[in-house]
Design a protein around this ligand. Sequence first.
Ligand SMILES: [Zn+2]
Length: 278
Amino acid sequence: MNRRDFMSGTLAGIAAAQILKLPRLMAAISQDVMPRAHWLKNGLIDAGGSHEPYIFLVRRGGESRNARDFYERQQSEPLIRRLKEQGIEVFHTHLYKGFGMAAEKPEMEDTKRAAEIARRYGMRVDTYIQWNSLMYETFFAEEPRAKDWIQRDIAGQPILLTYGYQQSYRYRPCFANQEYLDYLKNIVRYAVVEVKSDFIHFDNFGLNPEPDSCHCLACVQGFRNHLKTKYPPEKRRERFGFENTDFVNPPQWNRDNPPEQMEADGALCQIAESRSSD
Ligand SMILES: [Zn+2]
């Protein structure tokens, strides 16, 4: 029986959805690039635990009345010991969901305690960090500057990370905003220094496609800087018909001109043949 068969046979119904397999190829690469990650050499068996903090279970709603008991059990010694007995090598658990460090600090300290238990049983620790959610209701109270850290559409409205239960409190932070990235570093630093995490699971690690790209001030300014870097003044005149691109906004798409129908060759953009371009 190989490791994958062992996992599927033993853990189904417990935490199978959270089992991660790291390909051996990636492990080999990691060994060369990151000598400290030599423990990945033989792959890993990773399971939890839950990566949802209690504050999120409550805010999302729809949980059972024993949600608090569930949360506490997911990082309890009996559960960690059981995972160890079943062959789990890396304990997966929550660390940060996007409510802000002030709101989540008590539960981040829970993670620190659970990580210590897991290490006592000879396991490594995998901590979940949600990098694509900024739960504004608590975050803005902690950090007023964060009103400028969220992704905004062309009309200036917040762009949501959409899920069930209409999680309209779940804004996407803008990854072009240096202040947000600096804040995120504090979360990662807590994972590395305080929790001594061996493995960080960044969830929703991606960018949103058009027409949902960010039009916040940082992105608009970044777009204008990109134009200046890509095109020297004479090329700007050649490409746009003028040199001053300080007021050029990122493209705004609409139903008649969706971005997926655009053909780009660097200088010329052509909408589908049937459409007028004049
Ligand atoms: Zn932005």
